[in-house]
Design a protein around this ligand. Structure first.
Ligand SMILES: [Zn+2]
Length: 208
């Protein structure tokens, strides 16, 4: 893998993919990222990592970031503190077991928040500044346009790597974003290079 040299003064964005890993689609996306010397952030579900630990491992090995999205896609905003901890801890342990990596960020399912979640999650809460609605439109061109027409420095872009059309969109998006001068970085890298430390219980939608 080529070394990635990030210019802190040049535009950068974070592509994020939720709900995986997918046995068939995630490796295609990983290959596409690698080919373009780019990385992304994957908010994984514990129950999918249990089934596909090798793909979770490949995500980390390729320099991408993993965040927690819960164990089974329950709505985390309606859980008690104890139930929330269980979803978070089980998923963290499963990801650690599969990859050796300990996640430091989370994204609540559906982007739904509650005071209980904010107070007990003990991790920065990463939402997004561009929603592609890829799960609803299932159209590569619509997803592509929703990013290209709206993208700006510091954006966090929401997609799902379990959707075929999203992978197709990503194949076009990744090289085109780079072509337009955007560095594709992880959420933690975005925080690091923008000099915005991520704090537990705080919600982030864009980091600039
Ligand atoms: Zn989700």
């Amino acid at each position: 893998m080529n070394e990635r040299n990030i210019d802190p003064n040049a535009p950068m964005i974070a592509l994020t993919y939720d709900d995986g890993p997918s046995l068939r689609l995630t490796p295609i996306l990983l290959e596409e990222l690698k080919k373009n010397n780019a990385v992304a952030t994957f908010f994984l579900l514990g129950n999918n990592v249990e089934v596909y630990p090798d793909i979770a491992k490949m995500i980390v090995e390729n320099g991408n970031e993993i965040g927690i999205h819960g164990y089974d896609h329950s709505d985390l905003s309606v859980l008690s503190a104890e139930e929330l901890q269980q979803q978070m801890n089980s998923t963290r342990e499963i990801i650690e077991g599969a990859t050796g990596y300990t996640p430091v960020i989370m994204r609540p399912t559906y982007g739904f928040l509650s005071d209980t979640l904010r107070e007990n999650v003990n991790m920065p809460i990463i939402l997004w500044s561009i929603d592609t609605f890829d799960w609803a439109n299932r159209n590569a061109e619509t997803v592509y346009n929703s990013v290209i027409e709206n993208v700006s420095d510091g954006d966090i872009i929401l997609m799902h790597d379990i959707i075929e059309s999203t992978i197709e969109a990503s194949k076009a998006l990744i090289p085109e974003l780079i072509n337009r001068g955007y560095q594709l970085v992880t959420v933690s890298e975005l925080s690091q290079y923008k000099g915005v430390p991520l704090e537990p219980g705080v919600v982030y939608k864009k980091i600039e």
